[in-house]
Write a protein that binds this ligand. Structure first.
Ligand code: ZN
Ligand code: FE
Length: 254
């Protein structure tokens, strides 16, 4: 079994610590900062073997060098980003496999938020670490990619098994949900989900992870097919990519 710990850091970031008891391997996914990771390692008597970065932004790689220096861990990130990932040891490309003990993570290239963005799909563990590509009821901003690139990236994630757990790198859910309601106000599941999310956030509890199934029902960036959404944004029958691009624009202006 893969143990997954979620560490809230900075304003709204999540670092994930993945631990495989059989091998003793432990990975930190997108360590924005080092100290909270070091604290959890010490408390559990774990040794950091890997850092898995999804992209080069500071709130995802900020702890790389300190953690590498103190633990000797291997830093894995996109080959395309090798010039801008601090301490990178191994550059990976779409379809590559990363092992954590006997757990296999498949790399999926998901350009859009950044040109080199990748996600880690632990297939047998039903877990996806998706950085800033897919959020709960949202998706990443288009900093380096086009709407078409992001849309294609999301099509791949959309097709993963419905039960896949979605571990994204930010707690953006409440703001995302507020926007989602403006483009799909009559989506009953969305309304119900938002009520639950408001309760969780009132207690400062995480809304992550989610599942692909929940995102298919409530994430406006997964719902170009919804007639209600098409009607609200006045794009009935338009191409899915164009609808996606318009929803992304509306979110930027929200
Ligand atoms: Zn980012
Ligand atoms: Fe980020």
């Amino acid at each position: 079994m893969l143990t997954i710990l979620q560490l809230p850091v900075l304003n709204d970031n999540y670092i994930y610590l993945l631990h495989d008891a059989a091998s003793g391997d432990t990975a930190a996914v997108d360590p924005a900062v080092a100290q909270p990771v070091l604290d959890v390692l010490a408390k559990n008597n774990w040794r950091l073997s890997h850092i898995l970065n999804t992209h080069h932004h500071g709130d995802h790689v900020g702890g790389n060098l300190e953690l590498k220096q103190l633990t000797g861990c291997t830093v894995i990130a996109a080959l395309a980003d090798q010039q801008r990932i601090p301490g990178i040891d191994r550059g990976v490309v779409d379809g590559d496999v990363v092992m954590l003990g006997k757990h296999t993570a498949k790399i999926i290239s998901t350009p859009g938020h950044t040109s080199g963005h990748i996600v880690y799909h632990f297939i047998d563990d039903n877990a996806l670490f998706c950085g800033d590509t897919l959020f709960v009821m949202g998706c990443g901003r288009l900093f380096e990619g086009t709407a078409e690139q992001m849309w294609r990236s999301l099509q791949i994630l959309k097709a993963l098994p419905a039960s896949t757990q979605i571990y994204c790198a930010h707690e953006y859910t409440q703001a995302n949900g507020r926007f989602a309601l403006t483009v799909e106000p009559e989506n009953l599941q969305l309304q119900q989900r938002m009520a639950l999310i408001n309760q969780l956030r009132a207690k400062n509890l995480p809304t992550v992870p989610s599942t692909i199934e929940q995102e298919l029902a409530t994430n406006p960036f997964f719902r170009e097919d919804s007639l209600g959404l098409q009607e609200t944004i006045q794009m009935v029958g338009k191409k899915p990519l164009d609808i996606f691009a318009q929803v992304r624009r509306l979110k930027d202006e929200f």
